[in-house]
Write a protein that binds this ligand. Sequence first.
Ligand code: F6R
Length: 614
Amino acid sequence: MCGIIGIAGTKPVTDRLLEGLKRLEYRGYDSAGIAVIEKNNHVSGLVRRRAKGKIRNLEERIELEPADGLFGIAHTRWATHGAPNEINAHPHFAGRVGLVHNGIIENFTSLRDELKHTRDFVTQTDTEVVAHLIDEAMKSGLSGKDAFAASLKKLTGAFALGVVIDGVDGQIFAARRGSPLAIGLGDGENYIGSDAIALASLTTRVIYLEEGDWAVVTTDNVEIFDLNDTPVKRDITIVTGSLAAAEKGNYRHFMLKEIYEQPETVSHTLTHYVDAFNHKIKTPSELELKDLDFAKIERLSLIACGTAAYAAYVAKYWFEQLAEMPVDVDIASEFRYRKPALIKNSVAMVVSQSGETADTLAALRYAQSKDLQTAALVNVMSSTMAREADFALPINAGPEIGVASTKAFTSQLTALLSLAICAGVQRGHISETYEQKLIASLTQMPRLIAETLTLDDDIEKLAHDLSKAKNAFYLGRGMHFPLALEGALKLKEISYIHAEGYAAGELKHGPIALIEEGTPVIVIAPTDELFEKTVSNMQEVSTRGAKVLLITDKEGARKAKGMANDILICPDVCVETAPIVYAITIQLLSYHAAVHLGTDVDQPRNLAKSVTVE
Ligand code: F6R
């Protein structure tokens, strides 16, 4: 997660860019930079100042070497591709183009290969190639605007961009695909920013770009185009009230905002575990897990509560399939009381968003008392679990305010899948070619999540029906069985509709008695080797009157045509990462059902965000 701000101004911009960057520092702070179009004696030129570390360092740099102008962009970085140093800091320059970027350009390697004979690349980032693309397009005769639009078409990934071009002063180009970007409307000036917080001191009038939008921002005009380059009008939101309200942006609830943050939060998690530039999973020593040797571990105990436990259940499949590592999953409140038979060379890994959940913490301490090596996979790195475990592993999802866990869940899954790949490589079960394939699948996830979010309107309609139900069932096989459990939990906790998740093959052993005319059954089944079997189970409930919603992909929809009442088609995704992408659909389904019922979505009854009692 990086932060972007830009000003098309009538007054000098540098101080204001720095002020905006400070507000964005929560999004990333391993380097920062600004680029402005300076005008001296009627000669204009693009200049930049960058510094490693906090924004303070950039300020000091600018004090020593001032730079100012009326147009500028700025960036605070959370490194994804390439070390956090000044060379990799944004803005990146290529010819006349200065560019800031948030997110991941998935196809940067192939684009770099296409350009490397004619262009000099100086950074290890995925970003630099975009600046070259735009500059190259202008060299072929396109205007700045057309070059920007043409370059966007060549990019795959989830990203937000801000661009200034030397000689095209007066215009800032901006684009949003998968990562957030807002436009601020000022008095004789206009702005771009990662969120309303960045723009808070500049304006209260904000346009949130929609997925695929791009824009040309000048001092007195904002032109917005959609994915097909058609000019569009977007609503203006007046951002008022407390900072907390501003943090919600134009989302009605924190939960919805957090669902929509997932292209970014997942890429944030990946940054920690994947060396995206070299297409490799990071080794335990690169992850600062000095003494952890997956090759020597005989058993992994994953211990957690609630949603975190369902992430652990999914991970069991990954560790077993990718690393052939035996895995136990325990509900934390049961772990120590069942007096588990623990074996010496095992690692106990607790999974917890907060890192403070009482049962999980007690399980961690119990494992330590039995001399097991312990690890804590947490979102809050200052938490008790992170401090007490032998190894602390971050998920980097950022603060989760909504009580129902959403972005922490997908980040837990992403971190656990990465660790399973790391274990598979260390245990010799993953070849180099397979590792590269898995890394490609991981880096595609932010984009695929963004694509899945575009199903929101369809899901909202489906949720209307679901909200009328008294009971609902979620079915899945393999890794989608725990996802079914999570789907049911999400629905119960925020909509108060009774819901159960089952392994699709298990229903006929009893619970099928509960199926009656109109009972909603949500079947999670991407096309994989278990698809046909899940479809058979789906038909078993269908013939007993269930109202079936099948969540699948194009191929699944084709195969199951006419067999489900409704089919929701997700993007094609590889089998290993499917649970992470499919998680978005069940989150949105519960969210809209709850909103329709008018419950308190962010603070559902009887629940607390961090459960610090046993
Ligand atoms: C459900 C939910 C809870 C938590 C559980 C564990 O949406 O949020 O089930 O997952 O209370 O909390 P952490 O992960 O903080 O240990």
